[in-house]
Design a protein around this ligand. Structure first.
Ligand code: MRU
Length: 352
């Protein structure tokens, strides 16, 4: 975290602790969970959000499931873990880190070198903890690659929240911004408020304020104006799932930004850990897009009054897909991938 208060998600003696992001910036509160079903609910209700943070939470959720199970042999434990895996996978559909983390824990559970069920339980927890620790280290490596793309005095456009709160710590796109700031590059950030859940206004502005980064909060609709009038030099965003061809699923509104950026000759870089790259997804059209509760769109009030009439049709896709042709490069912990992405992403993920 900017203020190093705690990591976004932590394991503490059989309890999974999370910063309750629904309450920020008004209230800083830690929520505690002792069962995997509660962890799945916390992901679904967005106590915790952001692809890497969701992955880490799911890892700890699987550890809770392992310790909760009263299985006395491996087959029974695997059955219980299979049920927990299904529950966690259903929490949210788009961020691939959730599925990646659950599969990683299941893989540990089938390690034949572990003879006793208690050893399997301990190994799952140890790997969930490693996954969380690795996330922080990966973000710092990505940040170094991304910050090298930023020139002193540049103005950066950012969407949603990709900071410490969206990860275990440090952040993806916001990690790049943080490092460029710490390198003394005198940057400025335009922060999209990010309707409907306002992750930009509530979370990114909260983080950047603590870090002392110079920023301006803007309504989402203002981004095009700032880009066309030459006030944005470079865009950094996150991703919830990036397809093998370089199509990038990210928070709703990202696509529009990428198109306007290209039209205005502004480089557009998603910052994406390799755990978010899904080589099994050929294109962005294969990525499931989460549709969330209409209440997120119409539930806001203004001066105590509803912002829309009752009983109307509402669409609320949580993510969109930016086709690879709008993407300048994809920053990963292993370097920056450039087109053709089919080749460069494979190299970043598999080292081939
Ligand atoms: O719906 P959210 O808040 O979970 O969406 C988060 C994003 O879209 C982020 O940009 C994405 O997870 C990548 S940043 C870590």
């Amino acid at each position: 975290m900017g203020g190093n208060l705690m990591r976004t998600v932590e394991w503490d003696n059989g309890v999974v602790k999370m910063i309750d992001q629904r309450l920020l910036p008004g209230t800083f509160e830690i929520a505690e969970f002792t069962g995997y079903r509660e962890v799945a609910r916390a992901i679904n209700e967005m106590y915790i959000r952001g692809a890497p943070a969701i992955g880490a939470a799911a890892g700890f959720g699987m550890a809770l499931a392992a310790y909760q199970s009263d299985a006395t042999d491996r087959a029974a434990l695997l059955r219980d873990l299979g049920v927990a895996a299904d529950v966690l996978r259903q929490a949210r559909p788009t961020a691939v880190n959730l599925f990646w983390a659950v599969d990683r824990m299941l893989c540990v559970a089938t390690d034949e070198n572990l003879v006793y069920v208690d050893d399997v339980r301990d190994a799952i927890l140890a790997d969930a903890q490693s996954l969380a620790d690795e996330d922080v280290e990966i973000n710092q490596r990505m940040a170094a690659h991304g910050a090298a793309l930023v020139r002193p005095g540049e103005s950066i456009l950012h969407h949603c929240n990709t900071g410490a709160l969206a990860t275990v710590d440090y952040g993806t796109a916001l990690g790049v911004i943080r490092m460029a700031h710490e390198q003394g590059k005198r940057i400025h950030v335009f922060v999209d408020e990010t309707r409907p859940r306002l992750q930009g206004a509530r979370l990114t502005a909260w983080e950047l304020k603590q870090l002392g980064v110079d920023f301006t909060l803007i309504a989402d609709n203002a981004a095009g104006h700032y880009m066309r009038t030459g006030q944005v030099d470079i865009c950094f965003v996150g991703s919830d799932r990036t397809a093998a061809n370089g199509d990038v699923a990210n928070k709703i509104g990202t696509y529009k930004l990428a198109v306007v950026a290209k039209e205005n000759g502004i480089p557009f870089y998603p910052v994406v850990p390799t755990s978010t790259i899904d080589l099994d997804c050929p294109t962005g059209d294969d990525i499931p897009i989460e549709e969330r509760d209409p209440e997120e769109v119409v539930g806001l009030t203004r001066d105590g009054m509803p912002i829309a009439p009752d009983g109307i049709k509402v669409g609320n896709p949580a993510f969109d897909v930016t086709p690879a042709k709008y993407v300048t490069g994809i920053v990963t912990e292993n370097g920056v991938a450039y087109p053709p992405f089919e080749l460069s992403l494979k190299k970043m993920v598999l080292g081939e």
